[in-house]
Write a protein that binds this ligand. Structure first.
Ligand code: GDP
Ligand code: MG
Length: 443
């Protein structure tokens, strides 16, 4: 999987002296594959890699991190930047009311749903008075769909008059907006399954008639290589001022976000995170970058790890693990490090492929963060011999340990079980170390 490969780059470059072109190229080949797998459009991926390469080669090598870590960080930072790290994502209302927001996009991209979501948000959070109008005269019941959503959200919708064309509906909406003292008029337009001239002409016509201050392009996060041509065609006809990315709650890898931002040059203003009317979030470039690279928050892990982990100790532990000699002292060490780095959930959640590991650990012993301290107390109530050889732990010893650590025999058993399962797993994974472990867990 992608995470494995990034892990491999990471390992491969570890311990070398400087950021050499050869290393950078090797790493970037993998990053390119990663981007394509995340559905970033090819020309966008190429452009991105070019930028990163320029930045990476000749970058001063930091002393405290390995070249591999540094490349990953550069890639991540460039990705955040290209996703619009410092974009202003607020909607613009600096106009004579009503401010018109026009929604455009392919059929099924989520325009109607997003229209209602944004309207609800503006009304609730910004206390704007919002009127919605559907200009979709093609799809049967499209106007009714928006009316129903309006009822749910308690947002006013323009009364439906049969037989009107989109341009006339837009004009009527603006008029109603002015007369009714609305702050915002949202225009939901028709889409097509693919772009054709008729649709584009209609969009341009509506735009000209309503002069929106925001024209939001709605795209499905699952859009892959088509993202570029879709965005280009819309952009050629209307000035796209922002992007709404829907269905980010599915298993899209988020590549479309990068493509959209690159092609339109417009900020991603919102992401749709579900079918419900309040399932709308503002866009977070950092999170999207992590998602695209499929590495959780590996960057912050790197940052934390380089601060907190005693490298020598970690290496020693890895060696012991590989040999299957993973005793209670090692487990206690792991706990201490986990605590320093923000707890079990934080660590496992941050590491590629570790989601599964977290689940396994949870199933094995339910080692949640709060329990880590208890677990450490239990281990410190063991004798040296018991820590080296947990098999010694019979019923009376367990009772003594439970008493000494202020826990129960049940909790002691849980720890022993977790330790056994972890050391079994370590043994199985053998010499692969973390890399092998990630591979195994990623399946
Ligand atoms: P339109 O043709 O562009 O107006 O698309 P619709 O707004 O009618 O949405 C099409 C389908 O996608 C509907 O079933 C919506 O419920 C669904 N949908 C829209 N946005 C999201 C989202 O962010 N997440 C999920 N899971 N479904 C969404
Ligand atoms: Mg619609």
């Amino acid at each position: 999987s992608l995470s494995d490969r990034l892990g491999a780059i990471f390992e491969g470059l570890r311990g070398r002296g400087a950021l050499e072109e050869k290393d950078v190229n090797e790493a970037l080949r993998e990053v390119r594959i990663a981007l394509l797998e995340a559905d970033v459009a090819l020309p966008v991926a190429k452009e991105f890699i070019g930028k990163v390469k320029e930045r990476a080669i000749g970058a001063e090598v930091l002393r405290s991190v390995t070249p591999g870590q540094q490349v990953v960080k550069i890639v991540h930072d460039a990705l955040v930047e290209m996703l619009g790290g410092s974009d202003k994502t607020d909607l613009d209302f600096a106009t004579t009311p009503p401010a018109v927001i026009m929604m455009v996009g392919l059929q099924g991209s989520g325009k109607t749903t997003s229209t209602a979501k944004i309207a609800l948000r503006l009304q609730k959070r910004e206390k704007k008075k919002v009127l919605m109008a559907s200009l979709d005269t093609r799809r049967p019941a499209a106007q009714e769909q928006l009316a129903i959503l309006g009822e749910q959200a308690e947002v006013k919708t323009l009364p439906i008059i049969a037989g009107q064309n989109p341009r006339d509906i837009a004009k009527r909406a603006l008029e109603a907006g002015r007369l009714g003292g609305f702050d915002v008029v949202m225009l939901d337009t028709a889409g097509r399954l693919s772009i054709d001239e008729q649709l584009m002409a209609e969009i341009a016509d509506i735009h000209a008639a309503s002069d929106p201050i925001e024209t939001l392009l709605v795209v499905d996060a699952l859009t892959g290589q088509d993202a570029v041509s879709t965005a280009e065609k819309f952009k050629a006809r209307v000035p796209v001022s922002g992007v709404v990315m829907t269905r980010i709650d599915g298993d899209a890898r988020g590549g479309a976000a990068l493509s959209m931002r690159a092609v339109t040059g417009a900020p991603i203003k919102f992401v749709g995170v579900g079918e419900k009317i309040d399932a709308l979030d503002t866009f977070e470039p950092e999170r999207m970058a992590g998602r695209i690279l499929g590495m959780g928050d590996i960057v912050s892990l790197v940052e934390k790890a380089s601060l907190e982990i005693d490298e020598a100790k970690a290496k020693k532990a890895a060696k012991k693990m590989a040999k299957g000699e993973f005793d209670m002292d090692d487990l206690a060490d792991q706990f201490r490090q986990m605590r320093k780095m923000g707890g079990m959930g934080a660590i496992l959640g941050m590491m590629p492929g570790m989601g599964k590991m977290k689940k396994m650990v949870d199933q094995a012993g339910g080692l949640d963060d709060k329990e880590i301290l208890h677990q450490e107390a239990i281990i410190s109530s063991m004798t040296k011999a018991e820590r080296k050889k947990p098999a010694l732990l019979n019923a009376s010893r367990k009772k003594r340990i439970a008493k000494g650590s202020g826990t129960s025999v049940q909790q002691v058993n849980k720890l022993i079980k977790a330790h056994r399962q972890m050391s079994d797993m370590m043994k199985k994974l053998g010499k692969g170390g973390m890399k092998g472990m990630a591979k195994q867990l990623a399946g």
